[in-house]
Design a protein around this ligand. Sequence first.
Ligand code: G3I
Length: 480
Amino acid sequence: MFRHFGRKKLFAMLLALLLLSLCMSTMLLRSASAASTLAQAGAQSGRTIGVAVEANLLGNNPYTTIAQTQFDGVTPGNEMKWQTTEPSQGTFNFGPADTIVSFAQSHSMKIRGHTLVWHSQLAGWVNNITTSSALLSAMNNHITTEVTHFKGSIWYWDVVNEAFNEDGTRRSDVFQNVIGNSYIEDAFQTAHAADPNAKLCYNDFNLEDMNSAKSQAVFAMVSDFKNRGVPIDCVGFQSHFIVGQVPADFQATLQKFANLGLDVQITELDDRMPTPASSANLNQQAVDYATVAKDCLAVSRCNDITIWGVGEPDSWVPGTFSGQGQALLYDQNYQPKSAYTSFLNALAGTTVTPTPTPTNTPTPTSTPTSGSSCSVHYVISNQWNTGFTTTVNITNTGSTAINGWTLVFNFPNGQTLQQSPWNGSFTQSGSTVTITNLSYNATLPPGGSLSSPPGFNANWSGTNSPPSAFTLNGSACTVI
Ligand code: G3I
Protein backbone atom coordinates (compact mmCIF):
# COMPACT_ATOMS: atom_id res chain seq x y z
CA MET A 1 0.00 0.00 0.00
CA PHE A 2 2.79 2.41 1.08
CA ARG A 3 4.84 1.43 -2.00
CA HIS A 4 1.81 2.00 -4.18
CA PHE A 5 1.25 5.47 -2.61
CA GLY A 6 4.99 6.22 -3.15
CA ARG A 7 4.82 5.40 -6.82
CA LYS A 8 1.81 7.67 -7.26
CA LYS A 9 3.70 10.47 -5.57
CA LEU A 10 6.74 9.82 -7.71
CA PHE A 11 4.56 9.85 -10.83
CA ALA A 12 2.97 13.17 -9.76
CA MET A 13 6.40 14.66 -9.15
CA LEU A 14 7.70 13.51 -12.53
CA LEU A 15 4.60 14.94 -14.20
CA ALA A 16 5.14 18.25 -12.41
CA LEU A 17 8.79 18.30 -13.48
CA LEU A 18 7.82 17.57 -17.08
CA LEU A 19 5.26 20.39 -17.07
CA LEU A 20 7.81 22.76 -15.51
CA SER A 21 10.44 21.95 -18.12
CA LEU A 22 7.83 22.37 -20.88
CA CYS A 23 6.94 25.79 -19.47
CA MET A 24 10.59 26.76 -19.24
CA SER A 25 11.37 25.71 -22.79
CA THR A 26 8.34 27.66 -24.03
CA MET A 27 9.61 30.69 -22.12
CA LEU A 28 13.07 30.22 -23.58
CA LEU A 29 11.59 29.95 -27.08
CA ARG A 30 9.60 33.13 -26.45
CA SER A 31 12.64 34.99 -25.23
CA ALA A 32 14.67 33.67 -28.17
CA SER A 33 12.11 35.02 -30.61
CA ALA A 34 11.77 38.34 -28.79
CA ALA A 35 14.65 39.89 -30.78
CA SER A 36 13.36 42.97 -32.57
CA THR A 37 16.32 43.42 -34.91
CA LEU A 38 18.43 41.11 -37.02
CA ALA A 39 21.48 42.15 -35.01
CA GLN A 40 19.81 41.20 -31.74
CA ALA A 41 18.69 37.86 -33.18
CA GLY A 42 22.18 37.09 -34.48
CA ALA A 43 23.77 38.16 -31.20
CA GLN A 44 21.83 35.46 -29.36
CA SER A 45 24.25 32.96 -30.88
CA GLY A 46 27.24 35.30 -31.25
CA ARG A 47 26.77 35.98 -34.97
CA THR A 48 27.25 39.37 -36.58
CA ILE A 49 24.57 40.30 -39.09
CA GLY A 50 26.00 42.78 -41.56
CA VAL A 51 24.89 44.77 -44.56
CA ALA A 52 26.67 46.23 -47.58
CA VAL A 53 26.23 50.00 -47.69
CA GLU A 54 27.27 52.71 -50.11
CA ALA A 55 28.57 56.05 -48.82
CA ASN A 56 26.54 58.15 -51.22
CA LEU A 57 23.28 56.55 -50.08
CA LEU A 58 23.81 57.32 -46.40
CA GLY A 59 21.70 60.18 -45.09
CA ASN A 60 18.42 60.96 -43.49
CA ASN A 61 16.45 58.19 -45.15
CA PRO A 62 14.89 54.79 -44.52
CA TYR A 63 17.93 53.05 -46.08
CA THR A 64 20.21 54.46 -43.38
CA THR A 65 17.73 53.97 -40.56
CA ILE A 66 17.39 50.30 -41.43
CA ALA A 67 21.14 49.79 -41.86
CA GLN A 68 21.95 51.28 -38.47
CA THR A 69 19.11 49.74 -36.49
CA GLN A 70 18.82 46.24 -37.95
CA PHE A 71 22.47 45.33 -38.51
CA ASP A 72 25.66 45.23 -36.45
CA GLY A 73 28.10 44.80 -39.31
CA VAL A 74 28.96 46.85 -42.39
CA THR A 75 30.77 46.09 -45.63
CA PRO A 76 31.47 49.01 -47.96
CA GLY A 77 29.81 48.05 -51.25
CA ASN A 78 32.37 49.79 -53.47
CA GLU A 79 34.39 52.34 -51.52
CA MET A 80 37.39 50.20 -50.52
CA LYS A 81 37.95 48.85 -54.03
CA TRP A 82 41.16 49.71 -55.86
CA GLN A 83 39.42 51.87 -58.48
CA THR A 84 38.34 54.24 -55.70
CA THR A 85 41.20 53.97 -53.24
CA GLU A 86 44.15 54.28 -55.65
CA PRO A 87 42.77 55.64 -58.92
CA SER A 88 46.22 56.59 -60.13
CA GLN A 89 49.45 55.06 -58.95
CA GLY A 90 50.50 56.35 -55.55
CA THR A 91 47.48 58.64 -55.19
CA PHE A 92 45.19 57.34 -52.51
CA ASN A 93 41.61 58.37 -51.77
CA PHE A 94 40.07 56.96 -48.64
CA GLY A 95 37.36 59.62 -48.28
CA PRO A 96 34.32 57.54 -49.33
CA ALA A 97 35.50 54.56 -47.29
CA ASP A 98 36.20 56.78 -44.27
CA THR A 99 32.56 57.93 -44.45
CA ILE A 100 31.42 54.33 -44.07
CA VAL A 101 33.93 53.57 -41.34
CA SER A 102 32.69 56.59 -39.33
CA PHE A 103 29.09 55.55 -39.89
CA ALA A 104 29.85 52.02 -38.72
CA GLN A 105 31.84 53.14 -35.71
CA SER A 106 29.21 55.63 -34.60
CA HIS A 107 26.72 52.75 -34.51
CA SER A 108 29.11 50.18 -32.99
CA MET A 109 29.06 48.05 -36.13
CA LYS A 110 31.90 45.74 -37.12
CA ILE A 111 33.52 46.43 -40.47
CA ARG A 112 34.45 43.95 -43.21
CA GLY A 113 37.04 45.48 -45.50
CA HIS A 114 36.19 44.73 -49.14
CA THR A 115 38.38 44.23 -51.13
CA LEU A 116 42.13 44.63 -51.64
CA VAL A 117 42.89 42.60 -54.78
CA TRP A 118 40.19 42.01 -57.38
CA HIS A 119 40.17 42.01 -61.17
CA SER A 120 36.99 44.11 -61.28
CA GLN A 121 36.60 47.75 -60.23
CA LEU A 122 40.38 47.83 -60.55
CA ALA A 123 42.14 51.09 -61.40
CA GLY A 124 42.96 51.09 -65.12
CA TRP A 125 46.67 51.78 -64.63
CA VAL A 126 47.19 48.43 -62.92
CA ASN A 127 46.24 46.59 -66.09
CA ASN A 128 49.04 48.33 -67.94
CA ILE A 129 51.81 46.88 -65.76
CA THR A 130 53.67 44.17 -67.59
CA THR A 131 56.47 42.98 -65.31
CA SER A 132 56.07 40.74 -62.30
CA SER A 133 58.32 42.83 -60.04
CA ALA A 134 56.53 46.08 -60.89
CA LEU A 135 53.08 44.57 -60.35
CA LEU A 136 54.09 42.86 -57.13
CA SER A 137 55.48 46.12 -55.87
CA ALA A 138 52.31 48.02 -56.88
CA MET A 139 50.06 45.36 -55.30
CA ASN A 140 52.02 45.24 -52.06
CA ASN A 141 52.15 49.02 -51.82
CA HIS A 142 48.40 49.19 -52.41
CA ILE A 143 47.68 46.58 -49.74
CA THR A 144 50.10 48.04 -47.20
CA THR A 145 48.82 51.59 -47.63
CA GLU A 146 45.15 50.66 -47.47
CA VAL A 147 45.43 48.18 -44.60
CA THR A 148 47.59 50.63 -42.65
CA HIS A 149 45.10 53.45 -43.21
CA PHE A 150 42.30 51.36 -41.70
CA LYS A 151 44.46 49.58 -39.14
CA GLY A 152 42.52 48.82 -36.00
CA SER A 153 39.11 49.43 -37.62
CA ILE A 154 38.71 46.36 -39.76
CA TRP A 155 37.36 43.10 -38.41
CA TYR A 156 37.97 40.92 -41.48
CA TRP A 157 39.56 41.90 -44.80
CA ASP A 158 38.58 40.31 -48.09
CA VAL A 159 42.20 40.21 -49.21
CA VAL A 160 41.67 38.53 -52.57
CA ASN A 161 38.31 38.37 -54.29
CA GLU A 162 37.04 36.05 -57.04
CA ALA A 163 40.37 34.64 -58.25
CA PHE A 164 38.95 31.39 -59.65
CA ASN A 165 36.94 30.36 -62.71
CA GLU A 166 33.95 28.06 -62.46
CA ASP A 167 36.04 25.12 -63.70
CA GLY A 168 38.48 25.51 -60.83
CA THR A 169 41.27 27.12 -62.85
CA ARG A 170 42.69 30.50 -61.92
CA ARG A 171 40.96 33.53 -63.41
CA SER A 172 42.99 35.09 -66.17
CA ASP A 173 43.51 38.61 -64.84
CA VAL A 174 46.53 40.88 -64.67
CA PHE A 175 47.68 39.50 -61.31
CA GLN A 176 47.53 35.90 -62.48
CA ASN A 177 48.96 36.61 -65.90
CA VAL A 178 51.84 38.84 -64.82
CA ILE A 179 52.76 37.51 -61.33
CA GLY A 180 51.38 33.97 -61.49
CA ASN A 181 49.87 31.68 -58.86
CA SER A 182 51.90 33.11 -55.99
CA TYR A 183 50.17 36.52 -56.00
CA ILE A 184 47.40 35.31 -53.69
CA GLU A 185 49.66 34.20 -50.88
CA ASP A 186 51.84 37.28 -51.37
CA ALA A 187 48.74 39.41 -50.87
CA PHE A 188 47.87 37.61 -47.63
CA GLN A 189 51.44 37.93 -46.30
CA THR A 190 51.48 41.65 -47.05
CA ALA A 191 48.07 42.30 -45.47
CA HIS A 192 49.07 40.39 -42.36
CA ALA A 193 52.30 42.36 -42.01
CA ALA A 194 50.36 45.64 -42.27
CA ASP A 195 47.76 44.75 -39.61
CA PRO A 196 48.54 41.55 -37.72
CA ASN A 197 45.27 41.84 -35.78
CA ALA A 198 42.94 41.95 -38.77
CA LYS A 199 41.51 38.62 -39.85
CA LEU A 200 42.07 37.80 -43.49
CA CYS A 201 39.64 36.13 -45.90
CA TYR A 202 39.60 34.72 -49.37
CA ASN A 203 36.16 35.67 -50.79
CA ASP A 204 34.32 34.21 -53.80
CA PHE A 205 30.94 33.19 -55.24
CA ASN A 206 29.76 29.68 -56.15
CA LEU A 207 31.78 28.03 -53.41
CA GLU A 208 28.62 27.08 -51.54
CA ASP A 209 28.18 23.66 -53.17
CA MET A 210 31.22 21.56 -52.23
CA ASN A 211 30.80 19.45 -55.37
CA SER A 212 31.56 22.33 -57.71
CA ALA A 213 35.01 22.39 -59.29
CA LYS A 214 35.50 25.94 -58.06
CA SER A 215 34.68 25.09 -54.44
CA GLN A 216 37.09 22.18 -54.57
CA ALA A 217 39.87 24.27 -56.09
CA VAL A 218 39.49 26.97 -53.43
CA PHE A 219 39.40 24.30 -50.74
CA ALA A 220 42.67 22.88 -52.07
CA MET A 221 44.27 26.33 -52.08
CA VAL A 222 43.23 27.28 -48.55
CA SER A 223 44.17 23.89 -47.09
CA ASP A 224 47.59 24.30 -48.70
CA PHE A 225 47.81 27.80 -47.16
CA LYS A 226 46.93 26.42 -43.72
CA ASN A 227 49.49 23.63 -44.09
CA ARG A 228 52.24 26.05 -45.07
CA GLY A 229 51.39 28.76 -42.55
CA VAL A 230 50.20 31.38 -45.04
CA PRO A 231 48.21 33.80 -42.84
CA ILE A 232 44.62 33.12 -43.82
CA ASP A 233 41.82 33.18 -41.23
CA CYS A 234 38.64 32.82 -43.18
CA VAL A 235 36.79 31.99 -46.36
CA GLY A 236 33.94 34.25 -47.46
CA PHE A 237 31.04 32.61 -49.25
CA GLN A 238 29.41 35.41 -51.21
CA SER A 239 26.10 33.52 -51.54
CA HIS A 240 24.50 35.37 -54.45
CA PHE A 241 21.67 32.88 -54.74
CA ILE A 242 18.81 32.33 -57.17
CA VAL A 243 15.49 31.72 -55.44
CA GLY A 244 14.97 28.05 -54.61
CA GLN A 245 18.59 27.18 -55.34
CA VAL A 246 20.41 27.35 -52.02
CA PRO A 247 22.64 24.28 -52.31
CA ALA A 248 21.45 21.44 -50.10
CA ASP A 249 25.01 20.87 -48.92
CA PHE A 250 25.74 24.47 -47.95
CA GLN A 251 25.97 23.69 -44.24
CA ALA A 252 28.24 20.73 -44.98
CA THR A 253 30.42 22.93 -47.19
CA LEU A 254 30.75 25.55 -44.44
CA GLN A 255 31.70 22.80 -42.01
CA LYS A 256 34.20 21.29 -44.47
CA PHE A 257 36.08 24.59 -44.75
CA ALA A 258 35.73 25.31 -41.01
CA ASN A 259 37.35 21.96 -40.28
CA LEU A 260 40.56 23.36 -41.78
CA GLY A 261 40.72 25.71 -38.81
CA LEU A 262 39.17 28.66 -40.65
CA ASP A 263 36.29 30.97 -39.87
CA VAL A 264 33.58 30.87 -42.50
CA GLN A 265 31.41 33.85 -43.33
CA ILE A 266 28.44 34.47 -45.57
CA THR A 267 29.59 37.73 -47.06
CA GLU A 268 27.23 38.97 -49.81
CA LEU A 269 23.94 37.19 -49.34
CA ASP A 270 21.05 37.90 -51.70
CA ASP A 271 18.43 35.73 -53.38
CA ARG A 272 17.15 36.95 -56.73
CA MET A 273 14.05 36.13 -58.72
CA PRO A 274 12.27 37.26 -61.88
CA THR A 275 10.37 40.51 -61.42
CA PRO A 276 7.62 41.36 -60.84
CA ALA A 277 7.97 38.83 -58.06
CA SER A 278 5.38 36.07 -57.74
CA SER A 279 4.01 35.24 -54.31
CA ALA A 280 5.35 31.70 -54.75
CA ASN A 281 8.87 33.05 -55.24
CA LEU A 282 8.58 35.45 -52.32
CA ASN A 283 7.50 32.54 -50.13
CA GLN A 284 10.37 30.42 -51.40
CA GLN A 285 12.73 33.29 -50.72
CA ALA A 286 11.55 33.40 -47.10
CA VAL A 287 12.41 29.71 -46.87
CA ASP A 288 15.80 30.30 -48.52
CA TYR A 289 16.84 33.06 -46.12
CA ALA A 290 15.83 30.90 -43.16
CA THR A 291 17.80 27.99 -44.61
CA VAL A 292 20.94 30.10 -44.92
CA ALA A 293 20.55 31.33 -41.34
CA LYS A 294 20.15 27.76 -40.08
CA ASP A 295 23.11 26.55 -42.14
CA CYS A 296 25.32 29.21 -40.58
CA LEU A 297 24.01 28.65 -37.05
CA ALA A 298 24.77 24.95 -37.35
CA VAL A 299 28.48 25.67 -37.92
CA SER A 300 30.20 27.14 -34.90
CA ARG A 301 32.87 28.92 -36.97
CA CYS A 302 30.28 30.65 -39.16
CA ASN A 303 30.31 33.99 -37.35
CA ASP A 304 28.89 36.49 -39.85
CA ILE A 305 26.05 36.77 -42.32
CA THR A 306 26.22 39.93 -44.42
CA ILE A 307 23.33 40.86 -46.73
CA TRP A 308 24.43 42.53 -49.97
CA GLY A 309 22.31 45.66 -49.60
CA VAL A 310 19.29 46.90 -47.70
CA GLY A 311 16.44 46.91 -50.19
CA GLU A 312 15.50 46.69 -53.84
CA PRO A 313 16.47 50.28 -54.78
CA ASP A 314 20.10 49.77 -53.69
CA SER A 315 20.53 46.18 -54.88
CA TRP A 316 23.08 45.46 -57.63
CA VAL A 317 20.82 42.74 -59.05
CA PRO A 318 18.31 44.66 -61.25
CA GLY A 319 21.15 46.58 -62.92
CA THR A 320 23.09 43.42 -63.70
CA PHE A 321 20.44 40.77 -64.38
CA SER A 322 17.77 42.22 -66.59
CA GLY A 323 14.26 41.33 -65.37
CA GLN A 324 15.48 40.05 -62.01
CA GLY A 325 15.53 41.56 -58.55
CA GLN A 326 13.72 41.48 -55.20
CA ALA A 327 16.81 39.74 -53.84
CA LEU A 328 16.99 41.44 -50.44
CA LEU A 329 15.04 41.54 -47.16
CA TYR A 330 13.36 44.89 -47.87
CA ASP A 331 11.27 45.78 -50.89
CA GLN A 332 11.20 48.74 -53.26
CA ASN A 333 9.65 50.94 -50.52
CA TYR A 334 12.08 49.73 -47.86
CA GLN A 335 9.34 47.69 -46.27
CA PRO A 336 10.34 44.34 -44.74
CA LYS A 337 9.38 41.29 -46.78
CA SER A 338 8.36 37.88 -45.50
CA ALA A 339 12.02 36.91 -45.99
CA TYR A 340 12.89 39.41 -43.25
CA THR A 341 10.58 37.74 -40.75
CA SER A 342 11.66 34.22 -41.53
CA PHE A 343 15.36 35.20 -41.48
CA LEU A 344 14.88 36.96 -38.13
CA ASN A 345 13.08 33.96 -36.68
CA ALA A 346 15.64 31.50 -37.98
CA LEU A 347 18.46 33.57 -36.49
CA ALA A 348 16.62 33.60 -33.18
CA GLY A 349 16.32 29.83 -33.38
CA THR A 350 12.58 29.62 -33.85
CA THR A 351 10.92 27.69 -36.65
CA VAL A 352 8.12 29.61 -38.23
CA THR A 353 6.40 28.70 -41.46
CA PRO A 354 6.48 31.82 -43.62
CA THR A 355 3.11 33.45 -44.15
CA PRO A 356 2.26 33.63 -47.86
CA THR A 357 2.87 37.11 -49.21
CA PRO A 358 0.66 38.47 -51.99
CA THR A 359 2.66 39.45 -55.09
CA ASN A 360 4.30 42.85 -54.81
CA THR A 361 2.52 43.70 -51.60
CA PRO A 362 4.84 45.01 -48.91
CA THR A 363 4.21 43.60 -45.46
CA PRO A 364 4.77 46.21 -42.80
CA THR A 365 2.94 43.92 -40.37
CA SER A 366 5.94 41.61 -40.38
CA THR A 367 8.19 44.06 -38.57
CA PRO A 368 8.36 43.34 -34.87
CA THR A 369 6.82 46.15 -32.87
CA SER A 370 8.91 45.86 -29.74
CA GLY A 371 11.65 48.43 -29.57
CA SER A 372 9.86 50.77 -31.99
CA SER A 373 10.32 54.47 -31.44
CA CYS A 374 7.10 55.78 -32.89
CA SER A 375 3.40 55.44 -32.39
CA VAL A 376 0.60 56.16 -34.82
CA HIS A 377 -3.00 57.06 -34.09
CA TYR A 378 -5.13 56.79 -37.23
CA VAL A 379 -8.32 58.76 -36.63
CA ILE A 380 -11.32 58.53 -38.96
CA SER A 381 -13.02 61.81 -38.10
CA ASN A 382 -15.82 61.60 -40.64
CA GLN A 383 -17.26 58.84 -42.80
CA TRP A 384 -20.06 58.87 -45.39
CA ASN A 385 -21.38 56.26 -47.83
CA THR A 386 -18.41 56.36 -50.24
CA GLY A 387 -15.77 58.44 -48.50
CA PHE A 388 -14.05 59.23 -45.23
CA THR A 389 -11.66 61.74 -43.66
CA THR A 390 -8.60 60.65 -41.72
CA THR A 391 -5.90 62.31 -39.65
CA VAL A 392 -2.72 60.32 -39.03
CA ASN A 393 -1.18 61.40 -35.72
CA ILE A 394 2.47 60.44 -35.42
CA THR A 395 4.44 60.51 -32.16
CA ASN A 396 8.18 60.09 -31.74
CA THR A 397 8.42 57.79 -28.71
CA GLY A 398 12.22 57.60 -28.92
CA SER A 399 14.79 59.76 -27.23
CA THR A 400 16.31 61.41 -30.33
CA ALA A 401 14.73 63.86 -32.74
CA ILE A 402 13.51 62.57 -36.10
CA ASN A 403 14.40 64.99 -38.88
CA GLY A 404 12.54 64.00 -42.01
CA TRP A 405 10.12 61.11 -42.04
CA THR A 406 8.38 58.68 -44.34
CA LEU A 407 5.31 56.87 -43.09
CA VAL A 408 4.09 53.74 -44.91
CA PHE A 409 0.93 51.70 -44.41
CA ASN A 410 -1.40 49.44 -46.36
CA PHE A 411 -5.11 50.09 -46.84
CA PRO A 412 -6.69 46.76 -45.90
CA ASN A 413 -9.96 46.97 -47.87
CA GLY A 414 -9.13 48.53 -51.24
CA GLN A 415 -9.55 52.13 -50.04
CA THR A 416 -8.21 54.78 -52.44
CA LEU A 417 -6.87 58.24 -51.70
CA GLN A 418 -8.74 61.22 -53.08
CA GLN A 419 -7.06 64.32 -54.47
CA SER A 420 -5.54 67.01 -52.24
CA PRO A 421 -4.41 65.36 -49.04
CA TRP A 422 -2.74 67.74 -46.56
CA ASN A 423 0.40 68.11 -44.43
CA GLY A 424 2.43 65.60 -46.41
CA SER A 425 3.50 64.38 -49.83
CA PHE A 426 1.34 61.33 -50.61
CA THR A 427 1.61 58.44 -53.06
CA GLN A 428 -0.50 55.32 -53.35
CA SER A 429 0.77 52.22 -55.15
CA GLY A 430 -1.67 49.31 -55.00
CA SER A 431 -2.75 49.22 -51.39
CA THR A 432 0.43 50.87 -50.12
CA VAL A 433 0.31 54.50 -49.06
CA THR A 434 3.54 56.42 -48.54
CA ILE A 435 3.50 59.83 -46.86
CA THR A 436 6.60 62.00 -46.65
CA ASN A 437 6.97 65.15 -44.59
CA LEU A 438 6.78 68.65 -46.04
CA SER A 439 9.41 71.22 -45.09
CA TYR A 440 7.35 72.68 -42.25
CA ASN A 441 6.59 69.40 -40.48
CA ALA A 442 9.84 67.50 -40.98
CA THR A 443 10.88 67.39 -37.33
CA LEU A 444 9.48 65.17 -34.63
CA PRO A 445 11.12 66.01 -31.30
CA PRO A 446 11.76 63.20 -28.82
CA GLY A 447 8.49 62.39 -27.10
CA GLY A 448 6.65 64.85 -29.36
CA SER A 449 3.86 64.57 -31.93
CA LEU A 450 3.44 66.34 -35.24
CA SER A 451 1.57 69.59 -34.70
CA SER A 452 0.57 69.50 -38.38
CA PRO A 453 -0.22 65.80 -38.86
CA PRO A 454 -0.94 64.47 -42.35
CA GLY A 455 -4.56 63.91 -43.32
CA PHE A 456 -6.62 62.93 -46.33
CA ASN A 457 -9.98 62.08 -47.81
CA ALA A 458 -10.31 58.61 -49.34
CA ASN A 459 -12.94 56.38 -50.96
CA TRP A 460 -14.14 53.12 -49.49
CA SER A 461 -16.78 50.47 -50.14
CA GLY A 462 -17.86 47.40 -48.21
CA THR A 463 -15.57 47.68 -45.21
CA ASN A 464 -13.44 50.56 -43.97
CA SER A 465 -10.99 49.06 -41.49
CA PRO A 466 -7.99 51.12 -40.41
CA PRO A 467 -4.51 49.91 -41.44
CA SER A 468 -3.14 47.43 -38.93
CA ALA A 469 0.53 48.45 -39.16
CA PHE A 470 2.65 51.50 -39.91
CA THR A 471 6.35 52.02 -40.42
CA LEU A 472 8.17 55.30 -39.92
CA ASN A 473 11.52 55.52 -41.72
CA GLY A 474 11.51 51.75 -42.06
CA SER A 475 10.79 50.92 -38.42
CA ALA A 476 7.48 49.59 -37.19
CA CYS A 477 5.37 51.87 -35.00
CA THR A 478 3.09 50.99 -32.14
CA VAL A 479 -0.50 51.41 -33.27
CA ILE A 480 -2.66 53.24 -30.74
O1 G3I B 1 28.67 55.73 -59.14
C1 G3I B 1 28.28 55.55 -60.52
C2 G3I B 1 27.30 56.62 -60.92
O2 G3I B 1 27.91 57.87 -60.85
C3 G3I B 1 26.81 56.31 -62.34
O3 G3I B 1 25.82 57.23 -62.68
C4 G3I B 1 26.24 54.92 -62.41
C5 G3I B 1 25.80 54.56 -63.84
O4 G3I B 1 26.10 53.26 -64.20
O5 G3I B 1 27.22 53.99 -62.00
C6 G3I B 1 27.64 54.19 -60.66
O6 G3I B 1 28.61 53.22 -60.34
C7 G3I B 1 28.13 51.91 -60.14
C8 G3I B 1 28.61 51.43 -58.78
O7 G3I B 1 28.25 50.09 -58.59
C9 G3I B 1 28.03 52.27 -57.64
O8 G3I B 1 26.67 52.02 -57.48
C10 G3I B 1 28.70 51.03 -61.23
O9 G3I B 1 28.14 51.40 -62.48
C11 G3I B 1 28.37 49.59 -60.93
O10 G3I B 1 29.02 48.74 -61.88
C12 G3I B 1 28.82 49.21 -59.54
O11 G3I B 1 28.39 47.91 -59.31
C13 G3I B 1 28.99 47.26 -58.21
C14 G3I B 1 29.52 45.90 -58.64
O12 G3I B 1 30.05 45.24 -57.52
C15 G3I B 1 30.59 45.99 -59.70
O13 G3I B 1 30.93 44.70 -60.07
C16 G3I B 1 27.93 47.07 -57.14
O14 G3I B 1 27.50 48.32 -56.63
C17 G3I B 1 28.50 46.22 -56.02
O15 G3I B 1 27.46 45.90 -55.13
C18 G3I B 1 29.08 44.94 -56.61
O16 G3I B 1 29.58 44.14 -55.58
C19 G3I B 1 30.21 42.92 -55.97
C20 G3I B 1 31.22 42.61 -54.90
O17 G3I B 1 32.10 43.68 -54.73
C21 G3I B 1 31.97 41.34 -55.22
N1 G3I B 1 31.05 40.25 -55.46
C22 G3I B 1 30.01 40.50 -56.43
C23 G3I B 1 29.23 41.76 -56.08
C24 G3I B 1 28.14 42.00 -57.09
O18 G3I B 1 28.66 42.31 -58.35
